[in-house]
Design a protein around this ligand. Structure first.
Ligand code: R5P
Length: 280
């Protein structure tokens, strides 16, 4: 991102004490500076969250004028409701911590907002939720494997991404409905899409267990879909999700580097760089 902007990135040292605690030292002079902190909470979310809290708190303590945080993958956003009595409202707790250390402004990318519909409902600081979907759709268009694909959002929330992707691709979209029974069991039903003979692009914010994509692909295949590709912003790909999705007859799975991994073909660096330019 610094190279996109022609800037030199600041330096910090992060290591572990022998007892497992984290050690952080900011090596750049940040006094009176406007600092952009970019930290994704993938794979080991607790660790990345805690590093983030140490970084921002230290920057503010060292006299940074303003800290704008970019959290490409915002973990814990799916636990935004008390589904069972006594559960933690993790989304709220994480948001409170981020504000408590002195973050002045926050940018997220396709943050899960199923029930909480706007960033402003969660944060009291200025907040912006960007979307990587136009970048993903542009990648699919340039790869050129799909002919006039029907874009499918596997659940109601995915309509926003299906619309963005179909706008970029100049094609049509539809959205399925989804019922979740547990972390790894969902039931997806079609609304009106008729996939017969069509190339398909399924779009979603997150692929975790892959259950949602596998269910949607099963329905699309049963409707006689031609080839199916999948694009998602955050390819978490828990355990063997990628193999299972491929095993369900999906030709290609494309993700971004908000969660770095084997299918992170699309970088969100240009998106973040564009907004750093606007923010400073
Ligand atoms: C949930 O509503 C999200 O938008 C994704 O559809 C979900 O997180 C995917 O999870 P999984 O891959 O485990 O079905």
């Amino acid at each position: 991102m610094a190279s996109e902007l022609g800037l030199t990135p600041g330096k910090a040292e992060i290591k572990r004490f022998p007892d497992g605690e984290k050690y952080l030292r900011v090596l750049s002079d940040v006094k009176d500076q406007h600092v952009a902190v970019i930290q994704s909470m993938h794979h080991t979310p607790d660790e990345f969250l805690f590093e983030f809290l140490l970084i921002v708190d230290t920057l503010k303590d060292l006299g940074a004028k303003k800290v704008t945080s970019f959290i490409p993958y915002f973990a814990y956003a799916r636990q935004d409701e008390r589904f069972k009595q006594g559960e933690a409202l993790s989304f709220k707790t994480v948001s409170k911590l981020i504000e408590a250390v002195g973050t002045d402004e926050i940018y997220t990318i396709d943050m899960h907002q199923h029930r909480v519909l706007k960033s402003a409902d969660v944060f009291r600081i200025p907040s912006h939720n960007l979307s990587a979907m136009p970048l993903l759709a542009d990648y699919v268009r340039k790869e050129g494997r799909l002919q006039k694909p029907l874009v499918i959002g596997p659940d109601a929330e995915a309509e926003q991404w299906a619309k963005l992707a179909s706008d970029t691709l100049g094609t049509d979209y539809d959205v399925f409905t989804k019922k979740r029974f547990s972390a790894d069991r969902v039931e997806v039903s079609p609304r009106r899409a008729n996939a017969k003979g069509r190339d398909i692009l399924i779009v979603d914010d997150i692929i975790s267990t892959g259950g949602t994509i596998i269910e949607a692909s099963r329905i699309l295949h049963s409707q006689g879909a031609n080839q199916i590709e999948v694009a998602c912003t955050h390819p978490i790909l828990a355990t063997d999700a990628l193999d299972r999705i491929r095993g369900a007859g999906v030709l290609n799975v494309i993700g971004t580097d908000t969660v770095p991994g084997p299918i992170s073909y699309v970088s969100v660096a240009p998106l973040i760089a564009e907004h750093i330019k606007k923010a400073v």
